[in-house]
Every structure is written in structure tokens, then in C-alpha cells.
Design a protein around this ligand. Structure first.
Ligand code: NAP
Length: 290
């Protein structure tokens, strides 16, 4: 076997675990970061049934796996498999980044930092004092909510189809005077917002979000969808139709959260702009799969 063949057949050092994960852009993003930083790495996508996740992750570690990303529907399960959790993972209750340490997996959540970095550095939004509506209370909402609070937003309203999950997220955030869980059906009665974020996967399912009223948007409001590509089309079309001042999809967040993971593994934060630009050029063709 040639050295190149041996390299190709070696176990991956890094991987993204999820289901489905075939459309994940993470392997391409991390390969690009590695080339840019002259850091050789093998990063693959591993489709895994939730029941088999613990076993496959242990096998990956035994084979020399040094780090992993975790996506739908495994982010909470990943937190439970960690020997230690970083502050963001603790606050989110979910893990999207695993770092191999001598005592086992260390879990962190980079989604929130990734989103805030994209909104302030790339989109140029000052998040401070924005009255914020977060639609959704799943893993992504849990990941981004603490970072939004840290970034200085004003009150945070969390609405979710399943009200109990909005309640649970608000409880976990532990700021009852500032964080307000509400039912999705009450969304028209919550006043106007400076920042509206779609953190649902509704566009990836057969059931759409209900039509949202124009009255949700304050003048100069920003509308953000954590989805990108096809899955961001309905929500961002609504944002345009109601005259949102700023409209941002989830592509920048995807690249920025990956850069945060890369920094945890390799100790250096890559330059995200060229990777973002390359993906943006074909954004319409992309399938959301963080
Ligand atoms: P998740 O844990 O499965 O949560 C899904 C959320 O969407 C829940 O709040 C769920 O409400 C809601 N939802 C699903 N279908 C709905 C519908 N028809 N009507 C109303 N609400 C609906 O998923 P997640 O991890 O939070 O991810 C959410 C989305 O964000 C995904 O599309 C994901 O790809 C994307 N994301 C993007 C990035 C990025 O880097 N850009 C990172 C993370 C996630 P219930 O609780 O009532 O079921």
C-alpha cells in the first residue's frame, strides 16, 4: 500500500456525527480550514442511528479520533456522554463539539458564538438592547440563546410549537426577568421586535410555520434564519415581504461555528471569509445540515 493509500484508509481524526448527515458541509469546511492553516486532517461524515451513537463514538475514539462535531438529533445525547462540559455546553444543555482528552470527551457548544460572530462581524449588526424573538426551542435555540443574552440583547421571548420546551429553555437560562417563554399561537400578541430569529426546522418538514404578522417587526428590525439554502427560502421571503431592514441566513453561522470548533481542536482560528465566500457563491444549491 502506498503512503497515500494508507492515509486514505486510516481512521479519521475528526468527524461529524448525525442523522441524516450526508448533506453536511462540515467535511468540506474543515478540509478548507486545514489547507488554509497547513494542518493535515481527515474529517468525515458519520451517519449514526441514535441508539448506536455511544458505541460508534467509543469506536471512533479507540481508532484515534481526536474531535467531532455532533448534529441533529444527537446534541443532547452527546452532552450525556461527556466527561466534562465547557461553559457554553453547560448553559445550552447540548454539545456540538467534542474534544478528546485523557479522561474522555470534553463537550462544548459553538453554535451561539458562531451566530453572534456572524451577526456582529459579518452582518454588522449591533445586538445590544434589541428586543428579541426566538422561534424554536430545540437544540439550535438552546445553543444560541445564552450567547444572545451575553451579547447584550434586551428581553428575549422564546416561542415554540411545544410550549413545554420553551418553558424548559427559559428555566435553563435562569433569567426570569429577561427571558419570557410563550406559545407559538400567541405570537401576534407579543408586540414588536428588533431581532427575530427562526431556530426551527419547520421548512425541512412537511408542516410550515404559521404566517407571521408584519406587526412583529420594529422599524430597522433584523430577521435571521438559522437555516440556509432551500430551507431558508420561506422565512426569508416573509422577511422581505414585511420589509425587514436586515435579512441574514444561517450560512455565516455555519462557517463561524465550525471555525470555533477548529480553534478548540487546533488552537488557531482560521480565516472564515474565503470559505464563506466560496459557499455563498453556491448558497441557493445548499441543503441545510449544520
Ligand atoms: P431540533 O432540536 O430538532 O428542534 C427543532 C425545532 O423546530 C423545535 O423547536 C420544533 O418545535 C421546531 N419545529 C419543527 N417543525 C416545526 C413546525 N412545523 N412548526 C413549528 N415549529 C417546528 O433542531 P435544531 O437542532 O434546533 O435545528 C433547528 C434548525 O436550525 C435546523 O434546520 C438546523 O439545521 C438549523 N441549524 C443551523 C445551524 C447553522 O450553523 N446554520 C446550526 C444549528 C442548527 P417542537 O419543539 O414543537 O417540536
Amino acid at each position: 500500500m502506498s503512503p497515500a493509500d494508507a492515509d486514505a484508509h486510516a481512521a479519521p481524526d475528526y468527524a461529524v456525527f448525525g442523522q441524516p448527515v450526508a448533506h453536511s458541509l462540515s467535511p468540506a469546511i474543515h478540509a478548507a480550514f486545514g489547507r488554509q492553516q497547513s494542518i493535515p486532517l481527515r474529517y468525515t461524515a458519520i451517519d449514526v442511528d441514535p441508539d448506536a451513537f455511544a458505541t460508534k463514538l467509543a469506536r471512533f475514539a479507540d481508532g484515534g479520533g481526536r474531535g467531532a462535531n455532533v448534529t441533529l438529533p444527537l446534541k443532547e445525547a452527546a452532552a450525556a456522554l461527556c466527561a466534562s462540559l465547557g461553559e457554553n455546553a453547560q448553559r445550552a444543555g447540548t454539545v456540538n463539539t467534542l474534544v478528546r482528552r485523557v479522561d474522555g470527551w470534553h463537550g462544548e457548544n459553538t453554535d451561539g458564538r458562531g451566530l453572534v460572530r456572524d451577526l456582529d462581524h459579518r452582518a454588522g449588526l449591533d445586538l445590544r438592547a434589541r428586543r428579541t424573538l426566538l422561534i424554536g426551542a430545540g437544540g439550535a435555540a438552546r445553543g444560541v440563546a445564552p450567547a444572545l443574552l451575553d451579547a447584550g440583547i434586551a428581553d428575549l421571548y422564546v416561542v415554540n410549537r411545544t410550549g413545554a420546551r420553551a418553558d424548559a429553555l427559559a428555566d435553563a437560562l435562569g433569567e426570569p426577568g429577561r427571558v419570557h417563554p410563550r406559545y407559538l399561537e400567541d405570537i401576534a400578541h407579543l408586540g414588536e421586535f428588533d431581532l427575530v430569529i427562526n431556530a426551527t426546522s419547520a421548512a425541512r418538514t412537511s408542516a410550515a410555520l404559521p404566517t407571521l404578522p408584519r406587526s412583529l417587526l420594529a422599524p430597522r428590525a433584523a430577521v435571521v434564519d438559522l437555516n440556509y439554502g432551500e430551507a431558508a427560502v420561506p422565512f426569508l421571503a416573509w422577511a422581505r415581504s414585511v420589509g425587514a431592514h436586515d435579512i441574514v441566513d444561517g450560512l455565516g453561522m455555519l462557517v463561524e461555528q465550525a471555525a470555533e470548533s477548529f480553534a478548540l481542536w487546533h488552537g488557531v482560528r482560521p480565516d472564515t471569509d474565503p470559505v464563506y465566500a466560496e459557499l455563498r457563491a453556491r448558497a441557493a444549491l445548499l441543503v441545510t445540515a449544520d
